[in-house]
Design a protein around this ligand. Sequence first.
Ligand SMILES: *[C@@H]1O[C@H](CO)[C@@H](O)[C@H](O)[C@H]1NC(C)=O
Ligand SMILES: *[C@@H]1O[C@H](CO)[C@@H](O)[C@H](O)[C@H]1NC(C)=O
Ligand SMILES: *[C@@H]1O[C@H](CO)[C@@H](O)[C@H](O)[C@H]1NC(C)=O
Ligand SMILES: *[C@@H]1O[C@H](CO)[C@@H](O)[C@H](O)[C@H]1NC(C)=O
Ligand SMILES: *[C@@H]1O[C@H](CO)[C@@H](O)[C@H](O)[C@H]1NC(C)=O
Ligand SMILES: *[C@@H]1O[C@H](CO)[C@@H](O)[C@H](O)[C@H]1NC(C)=O
Ligand SMILES: *[C@@H]1O[C@H](CO)[C@@H](O)[C@H](O)[C@H]1NC(C)=O
Length: 769
Amino acid sequence: MQSWRSCVCSWPFRAAVISLAVSIALIHLFLTPLFPSPLDFFQQSNSNPLLDANSSVVSTLKAQFQSNIDGSVTYRGAPWKPDIGRWLAGCSSNSTPVDIVEVLGGKKCKNNCSGQGICNQDLGVCRCFHGYAGKSCEVVLQLECNQPASKDHPFGEWLVSICPAHCDKTRAMCFCGNGTKYPNRPVAEYCGFQTIPPAKPGDPELTDWTKVDFENVFSSNASNPGWCNIDPRDAYSSKLKIKENCHCKYDCTWGRVCEIPTICSCLNQCSGHGHCRGGFCQCDSGYYGIDCSIPTASVLQKWPAWLRPSIVELPHNSPNVKTAVRKKRPLIYVYDLPPEFNSHLLEGRHYRMECVNRIYSGDNKTIWTEHLYGAQMALFESILASPHRTLNGEEADFFYVPVFDQCIITRADDAPHLSNQERGFRRTFMALDYYKKAYDHIVEEYPYWNRSSGKDHIWFFSWDEGACFAPKEIWNSMMLVHWGNTNTKHKHSTTAYIPDNWDPIPSERRGDHPCFDPQKDLVLPAWKVPNPGAVWLKLWSRPRKERMTLFYFNGNLGPAYENGRPEDTYSMGLRQKLADEFGSSPNKEGKLGKQHTPNVIVTPLKSPKYYEEMASSLFCGVLPGDGWSGRMEDSMLSGCIPVIIQDGIFLPYENVLNYESFAVKILEDDIPNLVSILQRYNETEVEHMLSNVRSIWQRFLYRDSILLEATRQRELFSKDEAWAVEFSKLSEDDVFATFIQVLHYKLHNDPWRGTLLRQHKAGLPKACT
Ligand SMILES: *[C@@H]1O[C@H](CO)[C@@H](O)[C@H](O)[C@H]1NC(C)=O
Ligand SMILES: *[C@@H]1O[C@H](CO)[C@@H](O)[C@H](O)[C@H]1NC(C)=O
Ligand SMILES: *[C@@H]1O[C@H](CO)[C@@H](O)[C@H](O)[C@H]1NC(C)=O
Ligand SMILES: *[C@@H]1O[C@H](CO)[C@@H](O)[C@H](O)[C@H]1NC(C)=O
Ligand SMILES: *[C@@H]1O[C@H](CO)[C@@H](O)[C@H](O)[C@H]1NC(C)=O
Ligand SMILES: *[C@@H]1O[C@H](CO)[C@@H](O)[C@H](O)[C@H]1NC(C)=O
Ligand SMILES: *[C@@H]1O[C@H](CO)[C@@H](O)[C@H](O)[C@H]1NC(C)=O
């Protein structure tokens, strides 16, 4: 550093005065630090009694933050377990930002990744697009759409992907191809082959995977063109008929014959600094990272909020740029993994609804999807855009490893290169392999794992049974899941869906860990589509007197019912037991439950008023499906007191929030006594629980990531859709805020941190360190 120069600049820079050619070594930017995090709402009081305390943190906190009658300690409206609530109220609420040095990489990649990938400038390593490989992405892969052909199977044996037309071998996707009028139109599996008419009415229609459907798909007969030759205008006229199985299954198009280009789904939509290639962010020059959120020195004026520096340092002889940023702990480092663990899974996906929690309509408006596992995307987007993110691994408190288990599992067997045959078609086993490979990668390439044997690393397992199938190597880490099975009672895989059953995974791969360890892991709420109606109607706030149904459960009740799941082991047999006692709709034999009574509803009949009905109920059942089932979330969002029936299996935040304050737990063996147990709660207790449900329901919403999307859409349309309007009105802590609070508590209270902790400035009141 030879010269210092300072300037008072507004943000963003009025002009892009900074270029690397200019020999500026340091620029001071006098900025108010931006911390849009919901953690920042509270007022800081000037006198903090903790600062003067000389006793141990715990006893001071105990005196200051007394517990409520139900044993909880309130922090930001939520009833926490007492020690956690106290620490957050006394310490986290008074934390201050610390100066962190962020180092921005400036390493070049060989041959700029041949234009077929994005350069990770931290490592100087290419992240190649789907179907490209090699040090500079110079290798073009040949990814087959079909399994090897044989005499009996000219297009190979059936796999999810099977293609009678042009196979784009960089993505293993099927298109109409040359010789047709619309060569880029997708050919869905069931579209391209002949259908076998059902033998008798009502039987399912089958497909003959050996015979191409020339007539309906490839015919160019002008009076009756096939799918690949039909003009968009004609597609909408009733005169021409399009084969039903032909549709736009791939992302990025819309319309009857895929004639309308739309925005594709990418993480954070490439942060506005890249082009979304069907799931892979092709970053503009000057940016990299999975969502193009990491800037380089060449684009100083457009840095994201989470990196806005107070001081930027541009060394003369090093490609790296250092900036000092004021940030609040906990700080999270996100690994920019090779794309096989995330972006490729998105880019190569065969159904646009797979893996993501939103797609875009023909006019590029957001369509939120019911994708059950959407939390993995929502949480990751929040982390990527969060002021708690850091690029400095030395300063980081936590390390997020973004492997998308839900996408691996839904895409297993999508194409020959994802074939899962050698693992006996066990999808969970396949997912284990990905996590293990990601572990191998970070242990080899980065220095951070060994500092704590991975204890400060975070992995998300969003599938039905959570982290049961985590490879043994990563079990020290913190697991984020939707299913907190401690394996104390339910020791084996609980799914009735065989490809997901993890019991057969060899123990030398899985070890013998439980699925969930409450000492280190966290159950997060499942994704729920932002439902503006429910927010607008304030379902969560319905008062006691409007909740006349005592108990409500609506869902699949198993084999005894019409369209019920056929397996006795579904829901570990619990929903069946509940229906046996309290069923309020007739089963196949026309019978109601043994103890059915008028104000108890246990039904498998889908209701368009599902949420309304819950909002008219006092207690709502939370029972498993094949693993987690999202009932806890439904119950909270409707302001209904959750009644949890699953022994030894934790629910969202159960190891940090004080569940007695807002939920009822009933032992599986007590199902016959359900109603009498519920009736024992007096009105005071009921009102108390209802009011706690109302004060924490927003902690079950992924509002942060939903509002990130609202902001992006506003930039495109200068107008908010209903979901954006309603969600913008909410202001209490959501999933992401809660997650950060839990990390902050863990950072300073996990006993293993010890010396690691002392090397960092914490930003806590003295008495808390
Ligand atoms: C702090 O130390 C002083 C003197 O050692 C003692 O009198 C006082 O009781 C201590 N305060 C607490 C809260 O323990
Ligand atoms: C490098 O490749 C990327 C991705 O194709 C492209 O956006 C960028 O403009 C290229 N940069 C240079 C300097 O050629
Ligand atoms: C289709 O035809 C064009 C023009 O003749 C050619 O450049 C292209 O390589 C062909 N594509 C395929 C997939 O055969
Ligand atoms: C084209 O389709 C029409 C209507 O289906 C049919 O009558 C005609 O024979 C077809 N022409 C040819 C050349 O196949
Ligand atoms: C939607 O976005 C796509 C991709 O960016 C673009 O090609 C298309 O023109 C847009 N459509 C509308 C209606 O703005
Ligand atoms: C981390 O530890 C493992 C096993 O002890 C060792 O093989 C590896 O080289 C270490 N990695 C680094 C980056 O030090
Ligand atoms: C309700 O129950 C609580 C605790 O079990 C008890 O303290 C309270 O007196 C009861 N209230 C009424 C009105 O019975």
